[in-house]
Design a binder for this molecule. Sequence first.
Ligand code: AQP
Length: 329
Amino acid sequence: RTRIFSGVKPTGHLTLGNYLGALRRWAEVDQHRADALFCVVDLHALTVAHDPARVRRLTRQAATLLLAMGLDPERCTVFVQSHVDEHARLSYLMECTASDGEMRRMIQYKEKKAQGGAEVRLSLLTYPALMAADILAYGTDEVPVGEDQAQHVELTRDLAVRFNQRYGPVFVVPRATRPPVAARVKDLQEPTAKMGKSHARTAGIVYLLDEAETVRKKVARAVTDAHPEVVYDPAERPGVANLLEILAACTGGEPGELAGAYGSYGALKKDVAEAVVEMLRPVRERHAELAADPGYVDGVLRDGAERARAVARPRVDAAYRAVGLLPPA
Ligand code: AQP
């Protein structure tokens, strides 16, 4: 059976970008067709300045949201990265496989470094080694991610191939899969940048747990342009294109065709807002129920970590032996 692994970082409240770019597909498609593991990758949240209590809270919230959006612990494995030691163990071997130069070429590193000034953590540079470990520890075939993560999966493939060539066939070489539409949802206020959960300016970000009224306001204030007609043109008119892509992702249409149905931006924004509100309503309701029962969520995460560990440990042990580390007696 195909093995799928993917994760989400608790660096902020989850957004519409996370949902349309990745999470929705985990619940609707991936868990039904494959042996799937989904992880709240909390170690990755420590690569930038962080508040310990907030990371803890966001980790629990993200895990609860994954269940709220339909991940079924009977069908797939849901767990927290730091509960399974194999991630950190294998990450070190990935650092010993990767070169300094290829890490420095990662776009996300360059972008975040530019924002971080002098306070850039070393772990921001080595982040893709940990991500490669996350994926490779499970013998993953497919990694469903948004477009922003494609480069990291490409690096993971390179590391897997290199490791296997040097030390023998330990790892499966994975591939990234992407959603057909909305692989990159843009910020409503800055439609050339991706909608990112850790961005400081929140007016252009729709969070999954936003109240319906908040969603409506954010969409109503989305940046468009002065053009009189609604046309789908991502290069020249990114704001309108983003709205059309969001609508298409919510309703199942094609952004180009949907454009023809609208005579004004006002009408388009109204439909986008309603489509998003309706799509998120059941997720928010289920989240509220689950948040009231933390014991249940804890239990799911405990079982999930146990299952994940059982899958990861033999392969990570094999990797340790393959590189020449003496096994404990
Ligand atoms: N704007 C987006 N459009 C489409 N997909 C997106 N993803 C993130 N933002 C968008 C996808 O969501 C999954 C989980 O993301 P992540 O938690 O690994 O974080 P990220 O990719 O670094 O994006 P964020 O949310 O913007 O976090 P910060 O701000 O902390 O960097 C991934 O599959 C991702 O592709």
